[in-house]
Design a protein around this ligand. Structure first.
Ligand code: FES
Ligand SMILES: [Fe+2]
Length: 397
């Protein structure tokens, strides 16, 4: 089974470049020489505080696929950056993101995390103040106790949120105006071509691990490790270090050649398959990744819990809901292999070991090879943004 995915001009050009790479021992894309990256960026609390302020609170963040909340009244609690968030689909079909906090005396409205539940209204467990699905305060038991309260001023606190390409985007800044298309820039056209909006939510697994969030972004931005770390899982499906990638503003697109890539050369352009002959990764700055497998798609959100702790949220979408037991079993196996095998036992495992090594002080810096150019650019963007913010702060003091 595979998904036919039309390529836009940018993806077709990248595909051609990847075909050219097949005969080269070195890629034209590699940097001239290696470089180093200080390990402080992976454990310094001051760095995370700056990243939170200048990246996570300023940029649209992707929280997964809207189809995870298919029906009015579906809601999902998720705590990010110390903020208890509540995603709610209302009766009009829109997704709202609220702070999961009652406006009476501040109790948490929906308990637990990362579980979709269904309610027709939101009722606080403490004194049962009740809100509708748009966060408007509707009911107060013992209302005579609040003779001067203007209910209209006590709606739930709302964060700017929208759905684009089937994905839920939120800003942690209540005053922000969300422009996801502008933020995505060139990637917006890719996502239109890939039509994720028509895909269906399949599974999600959120877990906390002792890893700095950037180590997990690094793990998906180089192909050097695929044949090595993933030798017993996905390595047989891929060519060794045959890839083409590029920065798109702050973001990145990377195509990695699969074992079947040689066949694409014999085929007319219209028959090139983005998902069969290659695997595309979108790196959406700062903390999202989308990987397009042959017949499913993985979104990963890297949410820092602390300097050395991540909440890694993996969501898998499929082109349609499973139509029979065979399809369900197939996607269950795919999810298990990717989520537990490749990500859990390999990428997350090795990153946890790296974090321990960093803590041990074995390396003051880490070495990036010529072909780890996307990591270099990713960390360069963060450095540039944080340095500009520090310079601005200095000028205003
Ligand atoms: S704190 Fe929610 S009703 Fe009192
Ligand atoms: Fe990996």
């Amino acid at each position: 089974m595979s998904i036919g995915t039309p390529m836009n001009a940018a993806l077709a050009t990248l595909f051609e470049r990847m075909l050219d790479e097949m005969d080269q021992s070195e890629s034209m894309e590699w940097d001239a020489t290696e470089s180093v990256l200080p390990t402080a960026v992976y454990h310094d609390p001051a760095v995370l505080a700056q990243e939170t302020e200048h990246l996570f609170k300023r940029m649209p963040l992707c929280l997964g696929h809207a189809d995870q909340l298919p029906a009015p009244g579906n809601m999902l609690a998720r705590d990010l950056f110390g903020l208890p968030l509540l995603l709610v689909r209302n009766r009009e079909g829109e997704i709202n993101v609220f702070l999961n906090v009652c406006r009476h005396r501040g109790a948490r409205l929906v308990a637990g995390e990362n579980r979709v539940c269904q309610h027709s209204t939101l009722s606080c467990p403490y004194h049962a103040w009740t809100y509708d699905l748009n966060g408007v305060l509707r009911g107060i038991p013992g209302a005579e106790g609040f003779p001067n309260l203007d209910k209209a001023t006590r709606s739930l606190r709302r964060l700017p949120a929208t759905v684009r390409h089937g994905l839920i985007w939120v800003s942690l800044d209540p005053a922000a105006t969300l422009d996801v298309a502008g933020f995505l820039g060139g990637l917006d056209e890719d996502l239109t071509a890939l039509d994720l909006g028509s895909h269906r939510f399949f599974r999600q697994h959120a877990r906390r691990r002792a890893i700095n969030w950037k180590l997990m972004m690094d793990a998906f931005q180089e192909v050097y490790h695929i044949k090595r770390l993933h030798a017993s899982t996905i390595a047989p499906f891929f060519l060794d270090m045959k890839a083409a990638g590029e920065g798109v503003g702050l973001h990145t697109r990377i195509l990695v050649g699969r074992e079947t890539l040689a066949q694409a050369r014999q085929l007319p352009r219209e028959a090139w398959s983005l998902r069969q002959h290659a695997t595309l990764t979108h790196v959406i700055f700062p903390n999202s990744l989308i990987i397009y497998h042959p017949d499913s798609t993985s979104h990963m959100g890297m949410f820092p819990v602390g300097p050395e702790e991540i909440e890694f949220v993996h969501t898998m979408f499929t082109p349609h809901a499973p139509r029979d037991a065979k399809e369900l079993a197939h996607w269950d196996r795919t999810f298990e292999m990717i989520d537990a095998g490749v990500f859990g036992a390999e990428d997350l495992y090795i990153s946890e070991q790296i974090q321990l090594g960093i803590k041990a002080g074995a390396n003051d810096d880490l070495v990036l090879g010529r072909f780890e150019q996307h990591l270099r650019r990713f960390h360069g963007h963060i450095k540039t943004i944080l340095e500009a913010a520090s310079a601005k702060a200095e000028r205003s003091t």
